[in-house]
Design a binder for this molecule. Structure first.
Ligand code: SF4
Length: 234
């Protein structure tokens, strides 16, 4: 099977046959994507962690009581994946299933995320997946500003330990939190951002894609650009 056919098959599996994904265009071309604009973000400095590994970090923070979400959580959701991943995926916060299992991106949106990663020949074993918040907000509401502020240092410490080469934020909430902006998803997509020197891509959250499948074509374009940048940095 040719490389092109492999990619087409991956696309078909990832986005389902009922969505016209423009398969003839679904060939990743490293030269095809040029960043329209790079936005540099400066956030409040976070203390450099003294932790040596993610396991050590997790063990120290897993009983965190810094905000009220500690009282309603069933499980602390730290993150999952390759501790030396080149690509870090950042979501918003645990939902009900994530809270029940202690793992980010499970359930239907997690399955779609797995397919999106498979479409660019990655998996949750090769990347690292984490959230802005480690504990579930009640009724899946958006994280409050103070919750984001209190929890963000943990994510920053994870980034310093993993040392990814590339970050992809899934959804508006995680994108706004990482990039410290109130810009819309439409304004944030289709351009590269920067966080502490790392390139950041913004794309749709899988849960939104499940509700609005007509966005899958744009999501696939994002995945192709992400893959091209990922390969160019390895
Ligand atoms: S959401 Fe973050 S800051 Fe709040 S209790 Fe959980 S780990 Fe701590």
């Amino acid at each position: 099977m040719t490389k092109e056919l492999n990619l087409q098959e991956l696309v078909r599996r990832a986005f389902q046959s009922d969505i016209d994904m423009g398969l003839g265009e679904a060939i990743i071309n490293k030269q095809s994507y040029e960043a329209k604009e790079t936005v540099v973000v400066e956030k409040t400095p976070v203390t450099t962690p003294t932790y040596k590994t993610l396991d050590e970090h997790r063990a120290v923070i897993c009983d965190c009581q810094k905000c009220a979400l500690s009282k309603s959580r069933n499980n602390f959701v730290y993150g999952i994946g390759n501790p030396n991943a080149d690509l870090l995926i950042i979501g918003e916060a645990p939902g009900a299933k994530e809270d029940a299992l202690g793992e980010p991106f499970v359930g239907a949106s997690g399955q779609l995320l797995d397919k999106m990663l498979a479409a660019i020949q990655l998996s949750r074993q090769t990347v690292y997946i984490a959230n802005i918040l480690k504990c579930r907000p009640p009724e899946n509401r958006n994280p409050l500003p103070e919750e984001r502020e209190l929890c963000f240092p943990y994510l920053h410490q994870q980034i310093e330990l993993i040392k990814p080469k590339l970050i992809c934020t899934f959804g508006l909430v995680s994108s706004q939190a990482l990039l410290d902006t109130t810009a819309s998803l439409g304004d944030l997509r289709n351009k590269w951002h920067e966080f502490k020197g790392l390139p950041v891509m913004v794309t749709y959250h899988p849960a939104l894609l499940l509700r609005n499948p007509h966005f899958k074509r744009d999501a696939w374009e994002d995945m192709k650009k992400l893959k091209a940048r990922y390969e160019s940095m390895r």
